[in-house]
Design a protein around this ligand. Sequence first.
Ligand code: PRP
Length: 208
Amino acid sequence: MSNLHVSTHPLVKHKLTLLRSVSTEHKKFRELIRELAMLLGYEAMADLELKDCTVQTPLQLAPGHHLQEDVGLVPILRAGLGMVDGIHEMIPGAQVWHLGIYRDEKTLRPVSYYNKLPIEPTVQVCLVLDPMLATGGSATAAVEVLKNWGVRRIKFVGLIAAPEGIQAMTEAHPDIPLYLAAVDDHLNENGFIVPGLGDAGDRQFGTA
Ligand code: PRP
């Protein structure tokens, strides 16, 4: 699948293993989410467009580059929040647009509850941030919102996906690339990714 990018970076694999561990406490868990988001965001932004420029060094003019596109970081609340800061540090000019979407516990269908996007799109590229791609309902809904907003390029940056979520995203949005740290085995009867890492929102925010 050409739109599926599963990181092979040793740091990603190492940090993801620590993240999965049941003995990793909330503070460390948040640190790891931030670091993994940074590493995956770096991979996801490898094709950002540049424009040529010149820069005055202490010695002379040198050729350089500026980012051409305005980038939006779009965390899906709540768990996507922890992925914002690491990426935002690398690209401080990015805009952050939050989307509130939770998954109904019984139906597993996404429920949207927060969206303050202005009428006209203000960015050309959006990174949708959510550590977990389970049924794919939340990510699919978020991408739908951004497409309707009029964003030209959208990428999904997650940490762990179930095959079911990848299939749902690929069917609904075959044009959207997925950047992940791992693809796990399956979803259990409660819609949790197995082996996964549990509930990424609860583990970040201490609300289990
Ligand atoms: C979790 C997770 C994703 C979603 C994934 O959020 O952070 O947003 O479920 O599941 P899906 O692919 O089946 O839609 P949750 O609904 O638990 O909300 P929360 O982050 O506010 O706790």
